[in-house]
Write a protein of this length. Structure first.
Lengths: 472, 472
């Protein structure tokens, strides 16, 4: 008797905890009496006793012939007052937390998405690509099921190498390692060539994701100034290299985010030669390279005779973010990066690799890029017009050479964190300039996503945003 | 004239290099004259001039109306004599390289796969699962396209939390982070709780993948003895903890690979309490937990009141390796692991998460597991019989409680690296015992995969393998 009562208390307690933690939410059906008796290895009577108790407590309700359902509690505890599940560890307050706060509104579908830089889904051939996804898994189920080589699916690597056909120094197929997106490629590269405490040169301003990686991995950042319309200042970089301040570089040379510049080929070549002279590796983030308006641009990697450039790219911006498919060509760091990839997650999932090799083989991806470049070019041009029309006098906006990020410099007295909060009240999401550098420079700048078609609603939103900044 | 000749030499050189590096292999068609003239931004005449040169060199051949094809070279250079693309960096010779050598034969389809521990594809509902994969992307294309939250796809996390319904301390949905397989979960965990030079306690013998991770990440390993049929020796672990030797543990408590033991619940609870007393975190690799023959076994995590256990699991062994889908419940280390996940690859791909949430919601996965457990139980039992029938007297084989790894201890004078090489000559792949510990103990042990149905051919293979060991 004692034993039985103990059992039923235990099982009730666990069900109560599951409901409290949200594993079963109000309106959801619990497993049947029979299933629960199997799961907990107790008698059916014990489960019925639990149900009576939890029903008396108002947590569940039994409906004859339908089953037992979780009931909405009368006074739901707001999430923020829930006590933490475990004692929390002390962590440093960091820039990445600030950045994550600025990213938060992205999740709300009702907010105009001018924050995250990403081409709108409506520019993408969603249904055709997913149909091909279905085709490749139907055509080769056995292949889709298993692991690929750690370096990737051979047919994909073959296609990726071919992209370098016109590089003065082409990328060899056996140099390529397929990754879970460009971020994984960059992170593996940083782990391969730097250690905590090392210094990584970055452009100023740069992509905030790069800053988060550096911070979380305990690397220091050294900002290299950029020259409007030209790119990274090679003389400033040269100085830093001569001083021995730089352990590695993390740069974009094509449609750089957020500035939108594409460096000239001669500048790219000089950059690579400069780094080779100092034997400092460069991680090249070429994620926007495929969107350069005037067609495929050479990356700095194309001039990499010594294998010092770790090239990183993905299909997340140019096609499908949810695929999480990227690649790296690490040159002389190939062996270490392949090793880190294997211990990180063995290999990249097979079906996405089959999909992309098909889309590259058929020329579908290349045709899609031509359309995408055209759309992004006209959208960014129109958005620049709207900014010039509505923003306060003294506002400057860089005309991008690719991608969909617009970098806006407002008059010096305007703090764009204020703009961020005021815009958010009007359900508009933008990114303040301060998150694009570790020193929180660029306080009067902001970045706007021009990834969506310019509808009358968007024109009206831009007018409101302009008015808001004019009032400051 | 000079300029033109220079151009054509450059383009020819690049095409020649592409062919040499294998971007275009013999029999493959080159892009059209028109396409190449666009790619290289030169005239059609220049491309035709290149073609004439490369054809004269015997590298390509033009077929009227079909196009230009790469020709098989008369004296192909064997891959091994190709000069390295870049100057190589010095690296330490390591156990992981040895292990990778032992894994190599896995790739050859004509070899009997007794090496890698993995249930055979024929035990898996390949077509039904891939059909569901197609269904979920068809039903919700927009959702499949984009990123999920860094912690994962909410419906999947919900289902994963529910698996802990009968745990004394259930896993909360908000504690879960979805990963690219179990390996990523373990690697993020190791990075979260240890630093290079730290010491990680492991079972002896243990999964060689754990040893590779520790080595590549520069962590030291401390072997904790195991008691046959019981699992990790808690008294030995206690001693090591008292001496302050252990910074973290990496253990499997269910169907441990390679020994096949499942620890008793009371032992699991004691293990967790012991670690909590010493405030040492434990990474739990539960990848074989779903295959425990007598039904779902509790992991040590089920007793984790203090959040010191970082639970890691995936669907790679129990369903589909190529999905690369796993998860972790990191307890008090949740925040750091989520941070590392975000900088590693932002989030896990969306379609596999949609697939697995559907298979869990519908009960398909659970029904599949029941069948899989039955198959593995009877296969391993039959393989144990075959070993007892054919291997030399004095051979011991542990009867596994789950999974499909069989750990065989041969008479002491037998070196299983010799067995490995001799078996390979007979086109049979096994794993020698030496790769299951950092000290290369277990020289007379070997691990055999019992993941495939026991056909007459397999029976014959086992007889040959037994004969081979008897002759030593």
């Amino acid at each position: 008797m004692r034993q039985k009562s103990f059992l039923y208390e235990t099982v009730s307690g666990q069900l109560r905890e599951q409901i409290r933690r949200g594993s079963y939410v109000p309106g959801e059906k619990l497993p049947s009496v029979r299933q629960l008796s199997r799961i907990f290895d107790v008698s059916i009577n014990t489960i019925l006793q639990c149900f009576r108790q939890l029903e008396a407590e108002g947590l569940i309700k039994t409906y004859a012939r339908s089953g037992v359902f979780v009931v909405r509690p009368k006074t739901p505890a707001p999430l923020s007052t829930v006590t933490p599940l475990f004692p929390m560890l002390p962590v440093e307050v960091s820039l990445s937390e600030r950045i994550l706060n600025f990213m938060e509104p992205h999740i709300d579908q009702s907010i105009v998405p001018l924050g995250i830089a990403l081409p709108a889904q409506e520019l993408m051939p969603v249904n055709q690509v997913l149909q091909t996804y279905r085709d490749v898994t139907r055509a080769a189920p056995q292949e889709a099921w298993g692991y690929t080589h750690p370096h990737g699916y051979d047919r994909l690597n073959h296609q990726l190498a071919r992209r370098s056909l016109n590089y003065p120094v082409p990328i060899a197929e056996q140099d390529i390692v397929v990754t879970n997106g460009c971020m994984e490629a960059m992170e593996l590269a940083l782990r391969a060539v730097t250690r905590p405490g090392n210094t990584v040169a970055i452009e100023s301003p740069t992509y905030y994701g790069a800053l988060i990686v550096l911070e979380v991995m305990g690397r220091r950042a050294l900002q290299i100034p950029t020259i409007p319309g030209q790119g990274i200042s090679l003389s400033a970089l040269d100085q830093a290299l001569r001083r021995g301040q730089v352990d590695a570089c993390l740069f974009s040379t094509n449609a750089q985010n957020p500035l939108g510049f594409t460096m000239a080929n001669r500048q790219k070549q000089e950059l690579v030669q400069l780094l080779a002279r100092h034997q400092v590796p460069m991680i090249e983030n070429d994620i926007w390279g495929d969107t350069v308006f005037q067609g495929p641009a050479l990356p700095a990697k194309a001039f990499d005779e010594e294998g010092m450039v770790i090239y990183c790219n993905s299909f997340s911006k140019s096609l499908m973010p949810g695929l999480r498919l990227g690649w790296t060509a690490p040159g002389r760091f190939h062996r270490r990066i392949l090793e880190l990839k294997q211990v990180s997650n063995i290999t990249t999932a097979t079906p996405p690799q089959m999909l992309m090799s098909r889309l590259l083989e058929s020329g579908f991806y290349q045709r899609h890029l031509q359309k995408l470049r055209g759309s992004l070019r006209s959208q960014t041009a129109r958005m620049v017009e709207l900014i010039r029309a509505h923003f306060p006098s003294g506002t400057q906006v860089a005309e991008p050479t690719g991608g969909c990020a617009l970098w806006i410099t407002l008059p010096d007295h305007i703090d764009t964190e204020v703009v961020f909060h005021q815009a958010l009240k009007q359900r508009i999401h933008i990114f303040p300039g301060a998150v694009f550098s570790p020193g929180r420079d660029h306080h009067n700048c902001l970045r706007i996503n021009a990834g969506g078609p310019v509808t009358p609603e968007l024109e009206e939103t831009m007018a409101r945003l302009g008015e808001l900044t004019r009032r400051l």
